[in-house]
Design a protein around this ligand. Structure first.
Ligand SMILES: Nc1ncnc2c1ncn2[C@@H]1O[C@H](COP(=O)(O)OP(=O)(O)O)[C@@H](O)[C@H]1O
Ligand SMILES: [Mg+2]
Length: 301
């Protein structure tokens, strides 16, 4: 099995003016993502998911310091120049950002925005770029794409805008797609449709997908494997089936126990009370005595 993304012992700190340095946003994370899989990264808000994704894209702000290694298709990206990164971004690895529809320009026809992305990485005529954009819009399920090419984003529903963002991300057939909370803003039905689209793209194009979410329901719907993050650290990596059936980390067990149905469609990660931090969990009386909340068996294979 070939490894598309190899993250090794990554640490990311943000410099601040505070007298006491904040803890690292990402701390010693090691993950390998295989070609063609949908790999979930799940964790509550602030656990470091977006920071990790931005590091893969080389898009961290200047106050971020990165240690460790990130290889995309075998090539180290930590320390690459902006020029080199730009060549990889969009072409080899592409990202759908959290709050993606805000990344569309509201004043500009959506088709042109996709065509522009196509032209960013290839020498291609405007006419061919337009044809490719229409093809991409059709591919992501926008019916009558040719006639909707010229519409501005607000003419589309939230779900359709998300499809347009996905089309732009796919413009140059990236082997690796990182989707950061791609369905968070959508209602349940539309969310399921967008996840099905991502799954279909993976099957038809062999695209490798890293799907970032705080929602266990999303994980259960499409991910092959999943990494659980908390406080910048990686707690466990497991197949989705094993994670729900036999979570190995107490934090994961607590998450699942807080969602007794295992992973109902809309099981947002609960915010774990502070006294349930990983450290305290590990030390807690409950843990030593094996009295963690009961873990429900998964019922949703
Ligand atoms: N630009 C930044 N400067 C300082 N701290 C940041 C910055 N971006 C993120 N952080 C901090 O890094 C941690 C992880 O944030 P983030 O990666 O956005 O988490 P998630 O995506 O899991 O919600 C948080 O504590 C957040 O405050
Ligand atoms: Mg985030």
């Amino acid at each position: 099995m070939s490894v598309v993304l190899s993250i090794t012992n990554i640490g990311i700190r943000f410099a601040t003016n505070d007298a006491t340095a904040p803890p690292p946003a990402v701390d010693g994370v090691t993950i390998q993502v295989n070609r063609g899989e949908i790999f979930g990264i799940v964790g509550e808000s602030g656990s470091g998911k977006s920071t990790l994704a931005n590091a893969v894209m080389g898009l961290l702000p200047a106050n971020a310091a990165v240690t460790g290694s990130i290889r995309v298709n075998g090539r180290e990206v930590v320390g690459l120049s902006e020029d080199e990164l730009r060549r990889i971004r969009g072409a080899e690895v592409s990202m759908i950002f959290q709050d993606a529809s805000a990344s569309l320009d509201p004043t500009w026809p959506v088709g042109d925005q996709i065509a522009e992305t196509v032209r960013a990485h290839r020498t291609i005529s405007r006419r061919d770029a337009k044809a490719r954009a229409i093809e991409l819009m059709t591919e992501v399920g926008i019916s009558d794409a040719a006639s909707r090419y010229g519409s501005v984003p607000h003419r589309f529903s939230g779900g359709m805008r998300q499809r347009i963002v996905i089309a732009a991300a796919l413009a140059n057939n990236p082997g690796l797609l990182i989707a950061d909370e791609p369905t968070t803003a959508l209602d349940v039905t539309i969310q399921a449709q967008v996840l099905q689209l991502i799954d279909r793209l993976r099957r038809e194009h062999g695209t490798t997908v890293v799907l970032i979410t705080h929602d266990l329901g999303v994980v259960s719907q499409v991910c092959d494997r999943v990494a659980v993050m908390h406080g910048g650290r990686l707690l466990e990596v497991a197949s989705t089936r094993d994670l729900f059936a036999r979570p190995s980390h107490p934090y994961t067990r607590a998450l699942l126990a807080a969602n007794p149905a295992g992973a109902p469609r809309r099981s947002r990660l609960p915010v774990i009370p502070a006294e349930w931090s990983v450290e305290s969990l590990q030390q807690s009386e409950r843990l030593r005595t094996g009295q963690l909340p009961p873990v429900e068996e998964a019922t949703h294979d």
